[in-house]
Design a protein around this ligand. Structure first.
Ligand SMILES: [Zn+2]
Length: 342
């Protein structure tokens, strides 16, 4: 979704500013030999910025272009995390990814093609295309929100801008009226055939709390009725294993604790109906422990279906008991308890 060459062109000549905003002090932006910002020494390093490409050279830890330097400053691997580096640079340049395929009709399998609600589609596209990656400095309310929930962004790799984005001023509608505009975390919900079908919104305050609205977390109407069946917010993916959670924040907690690729199904109903890709061999279901048993039942249904399909599925419950006065316990609660105990 990122046009790398477009971003490379846009960054040409602007690398010193980009690197500076990523934390490279101006003393390390000189053409003369000097100490390396990463591996020290006294004269092994030079920031030569050849033809405005942000290039640098170090006898100790190697040479590279502006993207390589940006990766080092972000603590990312310039090869395996290349797209994240590109995204961060694009964010600093004010470029957002090309539109997501919300507007694409799902593949027609059989019977009648589903009727896309063009108004719903338009609303989804407008919000998504006006939202920005979380790596952008403006996305501070989301970082504060994560921190308030015990999810320190230093401890995990923020999901990319193709999954989670920030919307600085999202209108909140209630009873047919707009009652205010709030910063919001926006998550892309993708159907089993990869098509983006709807958006999940978490309305926030500037200080990173939930916004003072009737329902701070909401799904938008999907592109057609039933389009969200089997869908999930694909927070992280790769490999043949998958961690599954209901909540988005629970998914991030599991990511911190296990490093697994994780998908959030948003709700218990979403978990019961989740469809995982054919290449997934093992699914770890990090279930919620609810008094209502909704989380338990949903995890059971998903596990049973996956096992029938030959997938190694396991349910992992958070340790109980459910505290008095609480509706349930999830893995984010457990992570928070451990933080407080530490
Ligand atoms: Zn070096």
């Amino acid at each position: 979704m990122w046009d790398v060459e477009q971003i490379r062109e846009a960054a040409r000549g602007r690398w010193p500013e980009i690197h500076n905003r990523l934390g490279l002090a101006s003393e390390f932006q000189r053409r003369k030999h000097g100490p390396c910002p990463f591996c020290g020494g006294c004269d092994r390093y030079r920031y030569d910025n050849r033809q405005g490409t942000g290039s640098f050279f170090c006898n100790g830890c190697g040479a590279g272009d502006g993207f390589t330097m940006a990766a080092k400053l972000l603590g990312l691997d310039s090869r395996t995390d290349f797209l994240k580096v590109v995204e961060a640079v694009a964010g600093l340049l004010g470029i957002t990814a090309s539109p997501v395929p919300v507007a694409v009709l799902p593949k027609q399998h059989h019977s009648e093609p589903p009727k896309v609600d063009s108004q719903a589609r338009e609303r989804l596209n407008t919000i998504w295309n006006n939202s920005i990656p979380l790596l952008r400095p403006e996305a501070e309310p989301v970082k504060k929100y994560f921190l308030n929930r015990g999810l320190d962004p230093i401890l995990f790799d923020l999901p990319g801008g193709d999954v989670l984005r920030f919307q600085p001023e999202l209108p909140y509608w209630h009873g047919g009226q707009e009652i205010g505009r709030f910063p919001a975390l926006v998550g892309l919900v993708q159907a089993p055939n990869d098509i983006a079908v709807t958006l999940h919104r978490t309305y926030l305050s500037a200080t990173g709390d939930k916004a003072p609205v009737p329902t701070a977390k909401k799904l938008m109407p999907p592109i057609f009725e039933g389009a969200s069946r089997g869908a999930a917010i694909r927070l992280y993916q790769n490999g043949t294993q998958l961690g599954v959670t209901e909540g988005l924040e629970t998914g991030l907690a599991v990511r911190i604790a296990t490093g697994l690729p994780v998908w959030s199904t948003v709700s218990a109903g979403g978990m019961a109906n989740l469809i995982v890709p054919k290449n997934i061999k093992k699914v770890l279901i990090f279930a919620d422990l609810d008094k209502s048993r909704a989380g338990h039942n949903a995890a059971d249904r998903l596990a049973a279906r996956l096992l029938r399909q030959g997938v190694d599925a396991r349910i992992i419950f958070p340790p109980g008991p459910i505290p008095a006065g609480s509706k349930g316990v999830d893995w984010l609660d457990i992570l928070q308890q451990e933080d407080h105990a530490a």
